[in-house]
Design a protein around this ligand. Sequence first.
Ligand code: OOG
Ligand code: NI
Length: 461
Amino acid sequence: MTTQAFVDPDEIRARFSRAMSDMYKAEVPLYGTLLELVSDINQRTLANNPTLAEQLRQTGEIKRLDQERHGAIRVGTAQELATLRRLFAVMGMYPVGYYDLSEAGVPVHSTAFRAVHEASLQKSPFRVFTSLLRLELIEDEALKQKAAAILAQRIIFTSRALELIARCETKGGLSASDADAFVREALETFRWHGEATVSAKVYQQLHDQHRLIADIVAFKGPHINHLTPRTLDIDAIQQGMPSRGITPKAVIEGPPPRRCPVLLRQTSFKALQEKVTFIDEQGNAVAGSHTARFGEIEQRGVALTPKGRALYDKLLNIARTQAPSESNAQAYMQALTDIFAELPDSYESLRKQGLAYFRYFVTDKDDAVTQDGPRDLDALIQSDYIHYEPLVYEDFLPVSAAGIFQSNLGDQAQTLYTKASSKDRFEQALGASVLDELALYADTQARSLKRCEEQLGIPLS
Ligand code: OOG
Ligand code: NI
């Protein structure tokens, strides 16, 4: 009996990410413009900043930068979410983190599907921010029932995709031809469909409840609503967007500009008005419009430890006592910069104070560490046996995500949801627990230290 070789899930993910990008470029031409801007600015930044270029070469990120993207989707039911989990697992993507957006007036909760090991992330860092509608937050009982009934009728996966997921689960992998078919079939779930599944009247009812509810319930599937490239200089992007005919939101979400970027900074531009067709009671097509998709760009910095994250959250909360808006954008950015002065802006301080995660590497220093030489990490760094680079943040930020959702929802009054966050319910719907992102960063850091020990041939103290 011959055993067929399986395609590496990392390879399937890399292919899927490329296919998704090509599909989105064809669907939203402005996305192509955005990729060009990001690529220009990344090249310029690397040319002007040799230290950054060297840092990204050391961690390997320089190679993944061109293909680095995150997408976002929203689904309506537990079953859809649970099947998506199985679909993403075929490509080596697992649910990481829990985000409650209801505090920000958005009736969803979310996770991010992504690769978890640094070697896999290096092959393809593709991530998908995935939100589940919380129908229980709709107060109008009749509308809630109607939305549930509409959702119960749709199947967002092709039957071939479902077959291939099941085959991968029972056999432990996919052959080359199955992997090709899987990429093609899985892509269908994320495609844009101009035909709504409901009448203009029902769409309006859903929309009146919350624009996001209409986006999730009234269409055939969870169209990808943005695909975000990673820039090395988001301030340059924000400035460069108008010259390419793109108007960004007023304020970049996340921390202020710094020498040593932390976590995640994001900016976006408004959703496009798109032509759609509704189906009236007689089954006729009626022209209408819907806004769902938008553009976003992000810059990623070092992942913070629980201690660093607590400080970040504290400072952001202080800054946000005055909510950022069009009219106070400059004052907000200045206040943010002043308030964040408390978070040290050198990798050395961030490391020494245990505020951020790093990866450690053995240098090419020739002479071996002697028997009575240094054992202690700081001393080995001091004497140039080991050096370290920031470990990049791979996840999302709930306050930023809420800001991104909001900026694309228009200026309607915000809904306030009082029901508490519900990680347990989310995990029940998902059919699995979400992974703790902080443990993943700690693991990567620990693996890099272990490798140093092996290479130097000494235990570190
Ligand atoms: C997701 C918004 C969150 C991010 O980058 O924080 C997000 C959505 O609009 O569905 O993508
Ligand atoms: Ni996003």
